[in-house]
Design a protein. Structure first.
Length: 722
């Protein structure tokens, strides 16, 4: 569901309407955006209203203020700017209101029982005489207490929302503020509204600044300037930078704040004095990133400088011949060199594109280690990458997060220098995805006598987080690096692998009509419809593929007509039209979903994909069965961490492989048409890649190598020049 923008709101008058919420058509849990139907008194037709609301449910009476807009797809709607709720007064309204799932512990069944027992007095009983709830069949002391607590929480939400809207805060912002701070939202705002920019996704400094002005904070207040400086540094992390230069930070912060450079400089000095910013020469760091980059350098040097017992191999040549005989293969000179270096070195890097035999190297190395009774562990940054590594090697492989054993109580990893992992060698695949913070945690847990082998494709997209760790380690020259370049004959028969190497060389790919296709589409709407047809019917019919489990749509962008959000809407409606809706969410039972951020308590991680296999409305839970057959139970409050996964961004697909991928590639994606993104996207497909777009966009991507360089100092630290 798109979120319609108001049109000409400066001339359209504000109106107020009141009625009973008939149903919620759509809700975005990230920002509280609603599309709902309202039954106004005395009107037969339902009124559509849209906006950012919270705690609004079917059966509830609301008074909303807003402006009428005409949406191209959905017609006339009231775009809500503020609202208040009025408790329902009829028995029917009360039952619908309570049965909506808004109050924890009450679903449709208990709503009916409550109304049958207390009639029009039901809400007053819950509010004023909760002990009487135990008169209702099936409600014991525990459920009664749960209902009372949820009711009190709901009332608190309403009062806080009214306060927030009364201070010029939009309904959208109010929803996010309450979700972050709960009952403490008002106290946080009064103390330091700029905290919002640090804590809440979607509220940038500018949004917090507007709220601060409403609360009377001066433009040149030190708290405002310090917040602006920290915001600029935080934003740079999203671009992959570990630090900003003094000039970059001063220029960006002065422009953002609209105050004198002298005032910005003075606040920067204060932040450095409070150690909220770390200065190192001309570079300015957030403390966590400064500590992580220094830590990566120091720990790698410690490992490199710690003596180790040699692996007892009399003849490396004999060991290589033994591995060849065991796997019935012939190792290339590059592969032999990679295995030799891995046996001899404390730390080394193996890099190469698809089809160059990285897996063969790992398997041969592990066989030799096993033969010599040398212990090893395997890890990868994502669940899918670990699963693929496990399938390729026949040995247990874990995500780095699981390897380091996160503790919810400690709110950190339990494995560190005081409780290291136990192994002689750690082999890490997809190492290009590891950012500075995660690499620091990994190296802290690696005993200094152990060996480390980093395997990855440096031509893929870099890590989503800050740093360029694998490339920096290679560039430093302090560890041996083996580049696998030879594409093996069997791999060369794949159009996907052949084209990946062509793209990497800056050459236009060859669409062979076998496993690598281009379907020409210039219009985004036609491209989306073509993708729908491919996934739903054409690819399953021709290639026998399961449209949900074996086909993955990857888009360069999240927003836009052919972006991930729109594609997920279309594919959900086509592939799962009759799935039971999850209350107040955009999900249905049977939907393909992706975990969007690490949730250590549930032991699920960013990028994990699964299917909603069970929905329990009364218990307010859904069950998701992930690709590795793990079954995870989500409470409704945890569903903000899930998103539809029929389509995903290319960035989210890193570390994963799919039998088939479909990629919209249009000139409208020009901001993201880069060679490394295109290369990453097509190498996600194992058997089939279909690009829906046009040759112009493909050419733009192949030619565009202008990847933004990242500010890091790891190379200099490793070379001891810093």
């Amino acid at each position: 569901m798109t979120e319609p923008l108001p049109q000409q709101t400066d001339v359209v008058p504000i109106v107020t309407i009141e009625g009973v919420v008939d149903r919620i058509v759509y809700e975005n849990p990230d920002n509280g955006f609603f599309v709902a139907r309202l039954q106004e008194r005395g009107k037969s037709d339902l009124t559509t209203f849209v906006g950012n609301l919270m705690a609004v449910s079917p059966g509830e009476t609301v008074r909303v203020r807003g402006r009428w807009v005409e949406d191209k797809r959905f017609g006339r709607q009231l775009r809500v700017e503020s609202y208040e709720t009025i408790l329902p007064g009829t028995v029917e309204g009360i039952e619908k209101y309570l049965g909506s799932g808004l109050i924890e512990g009450i679903g449709p069944t208990y709503a009916k029982r409550l109304v049958e027992t207390f009639g029009a007095e039901t809400l007053r009983v819950i509010d004023e005489h909760p002990a009487r709830l135990r008169q209702v069949p099936g409600i014991g002391a525990k459920r009664a207490a749960q209902i009372r607590e949820a009711w009190s929480r709901q009332k608190a939400i309403q009062s806080i929302m009214i306060f927030l809207q009364g201070h010029g805060i939009t309904a959208s912002q109010a929803v996010k503020i309450y979700k972050a701070y709960g009952d403490g939202a008002v106290a946080v705002l009064r103390k330091n509204p700029y905290q919002l920019a640090r804590d809440i996704t979607g509220i940038a400094f500018q949004g917090a600044d507007k709220i601060a002005r409403e609360l009377g904070i001066d433009r040149d207040a030190p708290a405002r300037i310090e917040a602006g400086l920290l915001y600029v540094l935080g934003q740079s992390v999203g671009e992959g930078h570990v630090y900003l230069s003094d000039e970059e930070l001063m220029e960006s912060a002065t422009e953002l704040l609209g105050v004198s450079p002298e005032a910005v400089r003075q606040s920067l000095v204060q932040l450095i004095g409070k150690e909220q910013v770390i200065r190192e020469g001309d570079a300015l760091f957030l403390p966590t990133l400064h500590a992580s980059e220094r830590g990566v350098s120091e720990l790698l040097k410690r490992i490199l400088g710690t003596p180790h017992d040699p692996i007892p191999i009399t003849s490396m040549e004999n060991a290589l011949r033994w591995a060849e005989k065991r796997y019935n293969i012939e190792l290339s000179p590059e592969q032999g060199e990679a295995i030799r270096r891995a046996v001899e070195a404390k730390v080394m890097v193996i890099t190469g594109g698809p089809g160059t035999g990285k897996t063969t190297v790992i398997n041969s190395l592990l066989a030799i280690l096993e033969k010599k009774n040398v212990s090893f562990l395997l890890a990868a940054p994502t669940g899918r990458a670990a699963k693929r590594m496990e399938a390729a090697t026949g040995h247990d492989a874990r995500t780095i997060h699981r390897l380091l054993e996160y503790s919810p109580q400690k709110k950190g990893f339990t494995r560190d220098e005081n409780n290291p992992i136990v192994t002689d060698m750690l082999v890490v695949d997809e190492a290009s995805m590891i950012d500075s913070l995660l690499m620091h945690s990994l190296l802290r847990a690696l005993p200094p006598f152990a060996r480390l082998v980093l395997v990855g494709d440096v031509d893929q997209l870099p890590a989503v987080g800050a740093g360029n760790v694998l490339l920096d380690i290679i560039a430093s020259g302090v560890v041996p690096v083996v580049r696998l370049k030879t594409v093996f004959r069997q791999a060369a028969q794949s159009g996907i692998i052949t084209n990946a190497h062509l793209i990497n060389q800056g050459k236009y790919p060859a669409f062979n009509g076998s496993d690598f296709f281009l379907i020409e589409r210039n219009d985004p709407a036609r491209a989306v419809e073509t993708i729908r047809e491919l996934v739903v019917s054409r690819m399953p019919a021709r290639f026998g593929l399961d449209p949900v489990r074996e086909i993955q749509v990857l888009s360069p962008m999240r927003r836009g007509e052919a972006g991930v959000n729109r594609l997920n809407e279309v594919l959900q409606e086509s592939l799962n039209p009759h799935g039971t809706p999850v209350p107040r969410r955009a999900f249905r039972k049977g939907d393909k979903v992706m975990q969007l951020r690490n949730n250590y308590e549930l032991d699920v991680y960013n990028g994990d994909v699964g299917i909603i296999t069970l929905l329990e409305e009364e218990a307010r839970e859904v069950e998701v069965t992930f690709d590795d057959q793990r079954v995870v139970l989500y409470g409704f409050d945890d569903l903000d961490d899930l998103g539809l996964a029929y389509a995903a961004t290319v960035h989210k697909s890193q570390g994963s492989e799919y039998p088939a991928v479909v990629i919209p590639f249009l000139p409208q994606h020009y901001m993201m048409l880069q060679r490394n993104l295109f290369y990453t996207a097509i190498t996600r497909g194992k058997k089939l890649v279909i690009i829906v777009g046009n040759s112009k966009a493909v050419g733009m991507a192949v030619r565009n190598t202008s990847v933004v360089s990242r500010n890091t100092r790891l190379v200099e630290r490793l070379r001891n020049t810093l």
